[in-house]
Design a protein around this ligand. Structure first.
Ligand code: ZN
Length: 351
């Protein structure tokens, strides 16, 4: 077993590269060290997923519609708020996939220096597009300007971060006219994690790419995204969620600084809610409904599930909410068992 280190391009890119490596190689263990990861395993043989993606990219070069319908390439399109770069992005991806080799020798601690990565004009390197790891700098908000701030990386970092985007993130989009919000969520070990759980955190997000109709806070998006699909019951290791958002307003784009949430107990609470109150996901769907939705209630619900607090308030808000919709359209709320939901919440509140 050998250990390698992610290059240090910031927590977003390093997280994506880590997920790309986990998807591609036989990884036994990942340890998080600050914004980087130490990854131990066998890097001599690559999974065949690379060939499948290469084939799709080849088809794309003949017919660009292919990307939209591909579950893999579609994920890149979904993450990207700057449509004008899609074509060069996918072409670079195809090219860079041929450069994933000798990962073991490449990913030493000084990788970034050795490969001359960073703000650079080198044509031998690849431009790291905004969703793959914008440079958000010292401040919470940083305006993105492709000309002055192009950040370039080697073909390994580029292809692996794309694979990480495809297999290691959930993507939630909100589009309204000329504006768009894209939130990306990646699950990561708080400290360290072994193979089985690493595969599980990827399986949990890889199929998730969704449009929503109302604008939500980061914590609401997180709770919403983790509540649908497969339920993960328990982890031996502690799990964090890395959440970051890109915003487009007309021609102006920006990336918000990523946030990390400890979701170990959130996952457990969601699992219990789903098994004890089958209407939980139905209520969530109503909270983000275009006509009836209410993001402030979802925010209070998310706040409680993530950090604890006043569960009576959440129960009260949801009861009012459902009753209000019920008066408008009782077909929508038909069969919702509010009492069961409230009792489940009281149980969770006792923790
Ligand atoms: Zn690199």
């Amino acid at each position: 077993m050998t250990c390698i280190t992610t290059p240090g391009h910031g927590i977003v890119t390093d997280t994506l590269i880590m997920h790309g490596i986990v998807k591609l190689f036989h990884v036994d263990k990942v340890r998080r060290i600050g914004d980087r990861y130490e990854i131990c395993g066998d890097f001599s043989k690559m999974g065949e997923i690379v060939e499948i993606i290469k084939e799709e990219l080849e088809e794309y070069s003949r017919n660009s519609n292919v990307a939209r319908y591909s579950i893999y390439l579609g994920k890149i399109l979904d993450s990207n708020i700057n449509v004008s770069v899609t074509d060069s992005w996918l072409k670079s991806f195809a090219e860079s996939l041929n450069e994933i080799k000798d990962v073991e020798k490449a990913y030493t601690e000084d990788h970034k220096v050795r490969y001359k990565e960073g703000r650079s004009k080198s044509k031998a390197l690849y431009n790291l597009y905004l969703p793959l790891g914008f440079i958000y700098g010292k401040y919470t908000v940083d305006n993105y300007d492709a000309v002055t701030k192009e950040y370039r990386v080697c073909g390994k970092c580029f292809s692996l971060s794309n694979l990480g985007l495809i297999f290691g993130t959930a993507i939630i989009r909100y589009i309204s006219g000329n504006n768009a919000d894209v939130t990306l969520i990646s699950l990561i070990p708080e400290d360290e994690m072994e193979r089985d759980e690493l595969l599980l955190i990827e399986r949990f997000v890889e199929g998730k790419s969704e449009n929503i109709n109302i604008e939500l806070t980061l914590k609401s998006v997180l709770v919403y995204a983790l509540s649908f699909g497969e339920t993960i019951y328990s982890f031996d290791s502690k799990v964090d969620a890395l959440v970051w958002r890109l915003e487009k307003s007309g021609n102006f784009q920006r990336a918000l600084q990523p946030e990390i949430f400890d979701i170990t107990s959130l996952l457990d609470k969601i699992a219990r809610l789903k098994s004890m109150s089958p209407d939980y996901t139905k209520i969530l769907t109503l909270l983000v409904n275009k006509d009836y939705g209410d993001q402030s209630i979802l925010d209070d619900l998310a706040e409680f599930l993530l950090f604890g607090g006043d569960y009576y308030r959440v129960i009260r808000e949801i009861t009012f909410f459902i009753n209000r919709i019920n008066r408008l359209n009782d077909k929508v709320t038909k069969g919702i068992d509010l009492e069961k939901f409230a009792n489940t919440f009281i149980e969770l509140g006792k923790d």
